[in-house]
Design a binder for this molecule. Sequence first.
Ligand SMILES: Cc1ncc(COP(=O)(O)O)c(C=O)c1O
Length: 388
Amino acid sequence: MTTPKLASRMERIVPFYVMDLLARAKQLEAEGRSVIHMEVGEPDFITPEPVIEAGKNALYAGHTGYTAATGIPELRQAISDHYGRSFSIDVDPARIIVTPGASGALQLVMSVLIDPGQEVLMTDPGYPCNKNFVELVSGVPVGVPVNADSNYQLNSTHIGDNWSDKTRAVMVATPSNPTGTVVERDEMARIHKTVKERGGHLIVDEIYQGLVYGQDGYSSLELADDLFVINSFSKYFGMTGWRLGWVVAPHAFVESLDTLAQNLFLSCTSMSQYAALEAFSPRCLDVLEQRRDEFRKRRDFLLPALQDIGFRIPVPPQGAFYLYVDSSGLTDDSFSFAYELLEAQGVAITPGKDFGIHKPEQHIRFAYTNSIENMAEGVRRIRKFLAR
Ligand SMILES: Cc1ncc(COP(=O)(O)O)c(C=O)c1O
């Protein structure tokens, strides 16, 4: 087979390493081995029943065609109401653009903001796709190494120190993937100020916003209306496969985002949009709050259990469903550790390598998207593996 001639950006866009690990885990399972999954970045619960019902009804009601590229007006209004109800923030529905997941929103925002060669600051470790959204528009992703001392998040000092005359935007995710840590409100205000003083744009990914434990969540939309806030129905709402998210943009960018959405996507899935209307119903929110509570219990189980066997967790994460642990007391190569653990004991975890180049060999991400019972078995197996 001849190697196809690809655009040079494809040299910089690589698959997730964990996909190989996942393939191996599936192979082991097909051979009859039991695998405990703590690598998967999506809720293990299916979509809440009221949403499924609404999706089915939408199909039978004939909602099978294209919609407006910015989303059905009812859903934009429902999202606006959600900000009013949950955070007392008044968001004009005209600023809300419904997208194919947060992924679609990230693609739109990078496309309207970034010219070739312009830089976007983001955390390292961070969500692996972020740098690829920047690559896609021939921008330059700049990973800023972050450590426990800043909650594994960017702060205004990082931004000042890493700003160059090519910097155009800063991306922050709170709570974050892979660390689950949040940017505190005051720090977000300082970040916003620093970015604005330099004439840049702030993009805040709030996809894990509904999954914050032990403190009140907030939306960066309360700070100002000149930033981009991205969210999704994937995680808190348990709708990963429905492919639906949104961006709240400054008024001045809405028209361009709409034009681009028309060209790139035509529209989001019609059935998903009608189903999502039900996601904000009291019946559904009840279920989602119970699930959030379950995720908190799982975090509270897994965190001390992992510390007990020698992983360091210097910052207890306040959200999402991830623990980003320092494995340096147990191995100097988290990548081999993950593979050997899978082969020897059937426990699947994500090595740091997927999230950046800053000390990846010293870190592992555990996703608590599995039952406490299964995770307890996973921890028992890791203990056995360490005693080998
Ligand atoms: C931080 C972050 N942003 C964005 C996404 C994309 O999510 P989706 O496109 O399913 O909304 C993910 C998915 O894991 C994520 O972790």
